[in-house]
Ligand binder design. Structure first.
Ligand SMILES: [Zn+2]
Length: 101
């Protein structure tokens, strides 16, 4: 996904960050209104992430570390069942309701 942005990745806080301000990755991230998307320790952001966005995506990285490969199916299942705003992984990432320390 990051490679589809035509952006060079850079290391930040143990992650690879792609700022995808163009290309297919940018379209993929923004077409559903997202600012960024995280796959394991790879974060693809449609723009240079703000501190708040970076903390949010870093929390998704922690979720990946805890949940492992189950992250994606769980994420999609909750997204279909509850939508974005009531999504437990999004609420955890936003700090509204932590799932774990
Ligand atoms: Zn999120």
């Amino acid at each position: 996904m990051g490679l589809l942005s035509f952006a060079r990745p850079r290391a930040r806080d143990g992650c690879l960050l792609y700022v995808a301000d163009r290309g297919l990755a940018h379209v993929f991230v923004t077409m559903r209104g997202y600012a960024a998307i995280t796959f394991g320790h790879v974060i693809v952001s449609a723009r240079e992430p703000s501190d708040a966005l970076w903390l949010h995506e870093r929390r998704h990285v922690e979720q990946y570390d805890r949940i492992g490969l189950a992250f994606l199916p769980l994420y999609l299942w909750f997204l279909l069942r509850r939508g974005y705003r009531a999504h437990p992984l999004e609420r955890d990432a936003s700090g509204a309701a932590r799932l774990f320390d």
